[in-house]
Design a protein around this ligand. Structure first.
Ligand code: DNO
Length: 359
């Protein structure tokens, strides 16, 4: 397992690479070029700068999270062909610098969504929180403004102000897009990019919709094991795989998270993994718990065991963390709590490995 850490890049991420390197067991980062908007070509010079920086800090950079998919592709507009061409150009450029995996998502309009970014836990820590009832009284614009206000000046993935200028227009176009139509558009995208991904040797890893249900009438098509099966069948290739995320899929208690890791690991489709815990507080109400199993509702040991059994070399990152010890910064992406998460996961993995070797 390659324990990794998400890093937004210099000038975008308050955490220096050296601190990441100091986390025990940390081998690499999931990097991104935050300066690019969805649809733009990632230029070689910029990729090289990032790669040199990360490798210079003694960390690997084999995974990019995310090369975002332009909304016109998801909406199936005629402009999509140009954006698919640009996407392929980015993949070709990334491959030249040793990138092996690209994480992306196919969520309409919004990336992950929460109703509170600093929900206070009993011990004074704060964490991301979602309550479906709160969303009912909000418009998409309210949630965007709310998130921008609470995010302390840092843009959240999927909430880039540039994208949101088009919000009303885009919401209107989506009125005519149901699950089946969105899947057709997804297939078109996969047919456009997977051949390039195969050619240049980059495994594509689609991230689940978070939370794992429809929002604001927008269709969401990666919310469960069955959705994953459909996506895998849209284009049959191990390059069309998943970033399996325990917390996103785990937002819905009906999902058997360890079983999903195991099944898609066995099918050769676990191309990256996000591992974090969730605590259910009611029907469609949850907060992000610390990583250890007994602080939330997911069996983290079973998740790590499924990874060990099916794809022990996969790149894994602790996902969001809580704000603890007075830390401030990008909601969901603190240093301390994610470092604790990483060490815990490294410990679980060592335990699974030794148990299996001795058995
Ligand atoms: C949240 C992340 C997502 C993920 C994207 C991938 O923390 O897991 O924002 O990076 O959906 O494109």
């Amino acid at each position: 397992m390659k324990m990794s850490f998400r890093w937004y890049g210099e000038g975008y991420d308050p955490i220096p690479l050296q601190y990441i390197k100091q986390i025990p067991g940390m081998t690499g980062v999931f990097g991104v070029l935050s300066q690019y908007q969805a649809g733009e070509v990632w230029e070689e010079a910029e990729i090289k700068k990032l790669v040199d920086q990360v490798r210079g800090a003694g960390l690997e950079l084999e995974v990019i999270e995310s090369v975002n998919v332009h909304e016109d592709i998801k909406m199936g507009l005629s402009t999509r062909d140009q954006y698919i061409e640009n996407y392929n150009k980015s993949l070709e450029n990334l491959a030249k610098y040793g990138i092996k995996t690209v994480i992306y998502n196919f969520m309409p309009v919004f990336d992950w969504l929460r109703t509170e970014l600093a929900y206070e836990h009993e011990d004074g820590a704060t964490a991301l929180y979602y309550n479906d009832a709160d969303i009912q009284g909000m418009t998409p614009r309210d949630i965007v403004e709310n998130t921008a206000k609470e995010s302390g000046g840092l843009t959240l993935p999927g909430w880039e102000p540039e994208r949101l200028e088009r919000l009303d227009e885009v919401m209107k176009i989506y009125q005519d897009i149901d699950h089946a139509k969105l899947r057709d558009n997804f297939r078109y995208f996969l047919e456009g990019v997977i051949p390039t991904a195969e050619k240049v040797g980059i495994k594509m890893a689609c991230h689940p919709d978070d939370p794992a249900w429809d929002l604001f009438g927008l269709p969401r098509i990666y919310t469960s094991r069955d959705d994953m099966d459909i996506i895998a069948n849209l284009y049959d290739s191990t390059y069309n795989g998943f970033c399996i995320c325990s917390g996103s899929l785990g937002s819905n208690p009906a999902n058997d998270v360890p079983a999903i890791f195991r099944e898609f690991g066995e099918r050769g489709l676990m191309n990256a993994a996000h591992v974090r815990n969730v605590k259910y507080l009611g029907d469609r109400i949850f907060t992000e718990a610390p990583h250890p199993s007994d602080t939330g509702n997911l069996d983290m040991f079973a998740v790590m065991e499924a990874i060990y059994d099916t794809n022990p070399d996969v790149a894994v990152r602790p996902d969001h963390g809580r704000m603890i010890w007075g830390e401030t910064g990008r909601p969901g992406y603190p240093l301390y709590d994610r470092a604790l998460g990483a060490t815990y996961l490294v410990g679980l993995f060592e335990a699974v490995t030794k148990m299996k070797e001795r058995a």
